[in-house]
Every structure is written in structure tokens, then in C-alpha cells.
Design a protein around this ligand. Sequence first.
Ligand SMILES: [Zn+2]
Length: 302
Amino acid sequence: MRYLGTLSRAASLVALLATLAACVAPGAPAARSGKVQAVTTLPLFADFIRNVGGDRVDVTAIVPAGAGPEDYQPTPQDAIAISRADVIFYNGLGLEPAVEPMLKNQARKDAVQVTFATGMPVIKDDDSPGGNPHMWMDMRRAMVYVGRVRDTLAQVDPSGADIYKANAAAYLDKLDALDGQIEAQIKTIPEAGRKLVTYHDAFPYFAQRYGLQVVGVVLRNPGSEPSAADMADLARALKANSVQTVYVEPQFDPRLMTLMARDAGAQVRPLYSDALDEKAPTYMDMMRFNARQLVEGLGGQR
Ligand SMILES: [Zn+2]
């Protein structure tokens, strides 16, 4: 037994020396795990990338859990993460106004950059010049995002292409099934009740896909405060549409919406849009949560 123990210690020592030698070999690249280094903005995009990339990809999300992308100010740490990335995924359409210039300045020249929202039809509004950026709230569009992750990872790391394809196919199946469930759940809401009042304007694609109508938004422009005119518009919309429930989002202070709701005799419930948290740690969790809150808040059937 002692002989075997000594032998295995000797073997470990040889392995250790080999590792050390590799570390100090001249011309060796900077320490890397060998995995594809992916950087993205939202934690929910990181979730897409993890589902497709599995353990071949290290993913860093720049916007912290529970924060909104529109007013997030990147840190020097973010610049370092960006400078190390092999591939960078972001939404575009003005969702990440402070992060985008950093991508241009800090990313490696050979890093692949992918804008998820490019090439899909946009819903125009007065506040986002290129169109509303929140396309992932329509699960069919989120599936396009996931397809872009698959194709890009296969391009960056061709030897993993089959794995990315298989992972994406399995994940897309689940997204497709949930998309159908949500569609069916929202249909149980009486038509007159399918009206959405939210804190910021993150739900037009969701509304378009699942047959709701956005009748009011508190915050027209994230990064600024709602104006008195915005609040007056909203109060009118609540009254005109007999809205029973208004929706707050976890990354925004709920107090203003709560006051408006009290005046209008409406309930307040949460919905996820840009941010995940410990109660909804994945994209699918957040979409399931949202469907349940809408059905319960707007008179549907579970
Ligand atoms: Zn947003």
C-alpha cells in the first residue's frame, strides 16, 4: 500500500512539474481555459449562450442581475472582459447605449460581434429611433436569437459545431413548447381584459405575439424620470380602459406605479422584461412567471 501511495505521489509530482513547465514555456499564450470566451450584455442573453454553448463556452454578462440595460454604466472590469472576448453578443437598437461604444473601443479586432436584433421587423415608437429593442419578449424572436448564438459559436469554434447544433435543437424545442403554452394561457383572458400597463416600454413584441394591447407605459425613456405629462397620460389610460392590474418590473422602483394604481383602484403585479433575478433565474422561468402573472391579473384561467 505504501509503495502504491508513493508511486501515485510521484506521478502527481510529475504532472505538477509538467503543468508548471507548460505555464512558463516561452511564447505560450496568456493563461486560457481553452474555452470560447463569450461576452454579452443581459444575463438572459447569457442564458441563451449557456444553453447552446454548454461547457465549451465561458459566458460573461455585463449588465448585473437585477439591473436595466438602458441606463447601465459599464465599469473598467467590463472593459477587461470585453477585451478578452472571442465573441460578443448584444441586442442593438439602442438597448445598451453605454456599452456599445465600449464594444467598439475595447473589443479585439478579431472578435466576432453579433447584434441579435438586426434584420428582424421592428415595432416603431416615438422614443427609440431604430425601433423598440425588446424583441426577445416574443419567444419566436428569442428563438431567432438562439439560432444566431448557434451559428456564431459554430463559426468561432468549428470543432464544436455538432454539439452547438444539438444543444440548440434541444433548447429550441423547449422554447417552442413554452411559446405555445403561453399563447394558450393568454387566450384564456377575456378579450376586453387583454390590456397591458407596464413601467417601461418593454412589451410591444410580447403584446404583438400573444394578442395583448399595450395601453399605458409610465417611463417613456429609461435613464430619465417620468414627466408629469406621462403620468397624466397614464392616469387617463387606466380610467379609459378600466384596467384591473398594472405591472411593475423588478429593476425599477415600484412606488410611482403603486400610487397610480391606488388612484385607479387597480392591483399591482410584477413582470420580468430586461432583468433576471433569483426568483426567475432563466429566460424560460421569467416567461413562465409572466404568463402566470398576466393570467391571474387580467382574469384568465390557469
Ligand atoms: Zn428595457
